[in-house]
Design a protein around this ligand. Structure first.
Ligand code: NI
Length: 154
């Protein structure tokens, strides 16, 4: 095992500790190890997808953060071929949520997702993807959830 030290915002750490407590973790290190594994798995899952996909990207951002709304709009205009629809929800005084329905090649969908993830002011981006209609026809009875075997709900 390696030892590392890191700086974290107080609030993030407090929230993390709260989750660990709820889940019955005895050790913060174990919690951090599991969180890192989940992060890596999620990234790998996203990178392993290929072909045409239908999906939903959920983006939560602080609309007061300078330039973030313009950047999100610019990026989405670059991917208008892949974006079928989007919905904007004014979640709180500070945060907005955008739900973007995408349909297209997964390399494009992934690039769209990652460009939005990198923006400052964006707090959370999640891509949920299901196979497109054609593969569902080939596999009758299979729910889209079979695509989420690595996408833990906890
Ligand atoms: Ni809003």
């Amino acid at each position: 095992m390696m030892r590392i030290s890191m700086s974290l915002p107080k609030k993030l750490l407090a929230e993390f500790d709260e989750v660990l407590k709820d889940r019955g973790y005895q050790s913060r290190s174990k919690g951090i190890r599991d969180a890192l594994s989940d992060y890596i798995l999620r990234y790998q899952w996203m990178n392993e997808m290929e072909g045409k996909r239908v999906g939903v990207i959920t983006v939560i951002y602080d609309h007061h953060f300078t330039g973030v709304m313009e950047s999100l709009a610019d990026i989405q205009h670059d991917f208008r071929e892949e974006i079928n629809a989007s919905m904007h929800i004014h979640m709180t005084h500070k945060y907005c949520m955008e739900v973007i329905v995408v349909n297209g090649d997964v390399t494009q969908i992934r690039e769209l997702t990652e460009r939005m993830m990198r923006l400052k002011g964006v707090e959370h981006v999640k891509l949920t993807s299901t196979a497109n209609g054609e593969s569902l026809d080939r596999e009758p009875g299979l729910e889209s959830s079979h695509d989420h075997s690595h996408d833990h709900s906890h």
